[in-house]
Design a protein around this ligand. Structure first.
Ligand code: NAI
Length: 396
């Protein structure tokens, strides 16, 4: 079929298999161009099909020759319907890994469930024995709790008072004011249940109990801080409470990893266009301004540049892993540079529909958004019929 983007709000209902495969190859080529990292050998990536998780899997495999098991929740193609982009990304990843003679198997299902944890552990035992790195990179709006059976839905709201600020509809480029009512206590609890650290800890408990962690095994989950501008809706909002919880969980997990000499970390990453972040109000406008400034200063990075740097300059360096005073690894250092943030704060007040294309990088935002779904990727003939019915090899 000929596949075109079908955009509905924050998502695109279609995905292009050839474009997604090209994105994966581009990321692989980037990682290879940076040379071999003395990195992990056997890696489990939870949330491995898109965004930071996919970049973590690619960096492990093609940057350190690691065997990888990827867990994700993606839609397979159906008669006349494309798969979700993470499906096509994973199909391409598996193919490239196979050609490079790297072990790679994938599991598609709900990572919050006991069943997928069990299945993953069985696979580790059967194929890898013990693993030395666990990346936790889930971004989900909903979690069915495996013990209570309750379905928790996360919300993106401020706490305590109504938050009013500018936002952009990145499709139309229209900048407008948005007011978001404060959340309830239940909203906070639900968001922490979905995006906090409980599930990460459950994964690590299960892996420890099954004795599948190698000596000195590490686990890393991803967090975000951001500037004062977005604080009310992000770091001091419901999602921020979940990130506080995730960050605190790193210490709990480190305690539990002591018998194997392991450690758990949170890495604070840069704001980027992903399926998860485009749904957060205000953030797309901030990202448009951020991209402009970081590109101008030559310090812009995408997921793959961020994660390649995380592995080569933070996680796998000789000596101690550098962290901030709260024990967090920081790869948002370029985003948070005072000169970058000062510039954004200065233009924020005057940004409007009329001047956004000039003072912000809306074009870059839209390009990255479409690219998440395999569209607008260079050297691809989108007029051509392609097979949407792509299978993922080694899907367990
Ligand atoms: P993403 O939406 O690109 O990726 C999410 C991944 O989770 C996908 O592989 C998806 O299949 C998987 N997933 C979702 N629900 C699942 C389930 N129930 N079972 C199994 N897999 C499931 O998200 P992104 O942006 O890469 O986020 C990953 C982490 O990075 C999140 O913790 C996010 O908060 C954090 N982060 C994101 C930033 C951004 O600007 N995008 C910045 C800093 C941190």
């Amino acid at each position: 079929m000929i596949i075109e983007p079908k955009i509905r709000g924050f998502i695109c209902l279609t995905a292009h298999p050839v474009g997604c495969a090209k994105n994966v190859r581009n990321q692989i080529n980037y990682v290879k161009s940076k040379g071999l990292i003395q990195g992990p050998k056997k890696v489990l990536v939870i949330g491995a099909s898109t965004g930071f998780g996919l970049a973590s899997r690619i960096t492990s495999a093609f940057g350190a020759n690691a065997s990888t098991i990827g867990v994700f929740f993606e839609k397979a193609p159906q008669e006349g319907k494309t798969a979700s982009p993470g499906w096509y990304n994973s199909a391409a990843f598996q193919q490239e890994a196979h050609q490079a003679r790297l072990y790679a198997k994938s599991i598609n299902g709900d990572a919050f469930s006991d069943e997928i944890k069990r299945k993953t552990i069985e696979l580790i035992k059967a194929d890898l024995g013990k693993i030395d790195l666990v990346i936790y990179s889930l971004a989900s709006p909903v979690r069915n709790h495996p013990v209570t059976g309750v379905t928790h839905r996360s919300v993106l709201k401020p706490i305590g008072q109504t938050f009013t600020n500018k936002t952009v509809d990145f499709h139309s480029g229209i900048v407008s004011d948005i007011s978001i009512d404060p959340c309830s206590d239940e909203d906070i609890n639900n968001t922490v249940a979905v995006m906090g650290g409980e599930d990460w800890e459950m994964w690590m408990d299960a892996l420890i109990k099954a004795d599948v962690l190698a000596p000195n095994a590490m686990s890393v989950a991803y967090s975000y801080i951001g500037p004062a501008l977005t604080e009310s809706v992000y770091r001091k909002g419901t999602i921020g409470r979940a990130k506080d919880h995730l960050e605190a969980t790193a210490f709990t997990i480190t305690e539990k990893l002591k018998p194997v000499g392991g450690k758990a970390f949170v890495s604070v990453n840069k704001a980027l266009v992903t399926q998860a972040s485009s749904a957060i109000p205000v953030i797309p406008l901030y990202i448009s301004l951020l991209y402009k400034e970081m590109k101008k200063k030559g310090v812009h990075e995408g997921c793959i540049e961020q994660i390649q740097r995380l592995f080569s300059e933070r996680l796998y360096v000789n000596g101690d892993i550098p962290t901030d005073e709260k024990g967090r690894i920081r790869i948002d250092d370029f985003e948070m540079r005072p000169d970058v943030q000062q510039q954004i704060a200065e233009v924020w007040g005057s940004v409007s529909t009329e001047n956004l294309s000039e003072i912000g990088d809306l074009v870059g935002y839209k390009k990255d958004f479409l690219s998440l779904f395999g569209f607008g990727v260079g050297e691809i003939d989108y007029e051509k019929n392609v097979n949407e019915n792509v299978e993922i090899a080694n899907l367990v």
